[in-house]
Structure formats: structure tokens, C-alpha cells
Design a protein around this ligand. Sequence first.
Ligand code: LLP
Length: 400
Amino acid sequence: MIPFQSLADTYSTPLYLYDFDAMKEQFDTLKEAFRGRKSILAYAVKANSNLSVIKHFASLGSGADCVSIGEVRRALMAGVPSYKVIFSGVGKRDDEIREALISDILYINVESEAELGRVEMIAQEIGKQARISIRVNPNIDPQTHPYISTGLHDNKFGVEINAAKRMYIRAKNSPHLDPVGIHFHIGSQLTALEPIYEAAVIVADLMRSLSAIDINLKFFDVGGGLGVQYDDETTITPYDYSQAILGALKGLDVTIICEPGRFLTANAGYFLTKVLYEKKNGSKRFVVVDGAMNDLLRPSLYKAYHRVEALKNEGECTPADIVGPVCESGDFLAKEYPLPMMEHNDLLIVHSAGAYGFGMGSNYNTRGRSAEVAFENGEARLIRARETFEDVIALEREYL
Ligand code: LLP
């Protein structure tokens, strides 16, 4: 049992709390599902990029999927070996490409023909051969929220099959490029298996046709996307997921790379917030708390559901909007949520906050970002201090 109240008292609120044992359990479960096959789990750092979280996964043997050079630096600092680091993303700057090549990471996931040209040029400039993988857009509807769907031609990500073929041939013929992998990622919070299987089949077929022209790729990178339970959704089991991918890969001898983010961290994280006041506007009930959209943006941005638990759960529940102090009507953590009468300083625990929580936070309304605490083996430790006012204004100039 996590001592939520005493942790909230010790570290104050709003607070992010991560159960490191639960993260390990998720990692081990997914790794186990691919047992017997060459595989690398490359943790998608964007889900929760705290250095201690990355270090935790690195210690379990994880690689890292990164989408900026900042994330690559975090991964390397946290002890992920360079040969397990991948650099993805639709728009990489020249300096980012250069640094990734110098850092000798596993490969760069290339997302356009123009980008392939930049990578080739920069590799030539610094006298390196760039290991690359190409992100294929298989034009599959992942059946998830439109903002986190990425594998349709309508989305900005990846290249279509024919463009990918051209790019592989170009890479094969370039002394500065070494095509080693193929990549797809059709979306996040996936709860249907069929689209993943269909995408894997399309991309595996492309891999076979490349092999027929003597372009032999080592890595089959299936992206991330495995959904988790926020409410009552039915999710894909790691075993079914791995079987679908292995089913598409029949006859191919490849290392599977998987880039899970949410699956590893979401349900291991909690956002703790305290009640400031109860209020009513007409018959509408509001519970005003000290956490806000700048701390946890998902409800405001995606209308995402997060389960909320009142630690002191006494009395009849009636629906309330749980809102923060930020000056936006869109600042809410939950709408029409059944809660008992709350008092000043009562604690609310927002569940499933370990992925895309802290990382999507901001300083809007000059609010310092929350502290982050790890809980492991029955003990808590601070892994990021709460931002002070001085931290928030530290980079501003010429105001005196
Ligand atoms: N690999 C690639 C190339 C990705 O774009 C992503 C996520 C992942 C892996 C990790 O996906 P996961 O396993 O976490 O589903 N902010 C949104 C989610 C955005 C996901 C972006 N890409 C949210 O809060 O739901």
C-alpha cells in the first residue's frame, strides 16, 4: 500500500508519485511476451522523461525511443547504452542529426525523403555512415483518439510504401547511409489488435520485397501504442500483441524493437492534489483543487478520463466538476465526477497519471511545476524538486 496521505504531507501538493515496482512489473511482462525472440524494448521517453524513471528502465535492460536531441541526451545520461537508443520524429534539426550521429546511437528513424537527404549530407560532412530506419505510414486507422492517431496518410508521420522503397534503394546505394531497420507506429492508446496486425503485415511484406532486392534489414520496429485501462476499456494483452506481431513476421529473422511509453508508466503514476474549496454556481457543484491543467493537461486537451479517488471517502456522492485555479474554463481534471462533500486540505488521488502527465505540464499562470517522487520497495524519494517562483523566472532578462 502506498501511504498517499503521508507522502502528500511530506512533499506537499500538487505532486506526481511513481510506483517504480509497478513500472518494473509492466516492463517484465512485456519483455516476457517476446521471450525467445530477439527483441529490444526501447522505452518511449516522451511518456515520462524524468531521469530517474529512464534510469530505472535502463537498469532493467531497456533501450530508449527519443524524439529530440534533449531526449537522446537524457537517455544517455540515465545510462541507456547508445546502441539501444533510437531517434525518431517528423522534424529533426541539422544539429540534432549531427549530435545523434556523433553519439553513435542504434539508428535514426527517417520520416521523409527530404530528411534522408539531410542525414546523408551530415553523415558525409562528419565522415560517418548513418544507420537509418524508415518510418512507413501504412495508412491504417488505429481506432483511437484523432490527436494520437498517426498511421493514416492524413497524419504528418512517416512515408508511404512506394516512397519508402525509393528511399531504401537510395540509402543502399549511398556510402553514407546504412539502412538497418524499418519502423511504423500507427497511434497511441490502442485497444484493438487488428489494426496493429494489419500494419505489421503491410510493413513485413515491404521488408520481404526489399530483401528480394538484396536490402536486408535487421530491425523490425513496431512503435509503441499499447493501450492501458483508464476506465473500463478492454485492452490488448502483451501476449496477444506479441503473437500478432510474430504472426506477421513469419519467415523473417529480425530483431523486434518495441517502443512502449504509456504501457510502462501510465498506471504506475498518481497525481496528488488537495482540495482548496467547494463551491456552487446555481445548482452546479465545483470542487476547486490545487492541481490544474498546467500540471495534468490530458483531461483539458483530449477530454481524457482519469479515475479520481477521494482518500477520505465518507458520505453520499454527488457529481462535481473537479477544477484547478488556472484562468480557463477548460481547466478541469474531471467533469461531473461523483464525490462526497470535500473539505479544505482533503486529498484527491488522480490515477493513471504516470504517462504524458508531468511531461506535458507548463508554467502557465506562473505556476511552478509539481514535484516528482519515486516509491520503490516501500520507500519514497524525491526525484524532481518542486519548481519555485525563482526557477520559473530564471531565464527571463531585462526586467529590472
Ligand atoms: N513511438 C512513437 C514513434 C511515438 O510517436 C509514440 C507516441 C510512442 C512510441 C509511444 O507511444 P505509447 O506507447 O506511449 O502509446 N500525449 C498523448 C500521447 C501522444 C503519443 C505520441 N507518440 C496522450 O497523453 O495520450
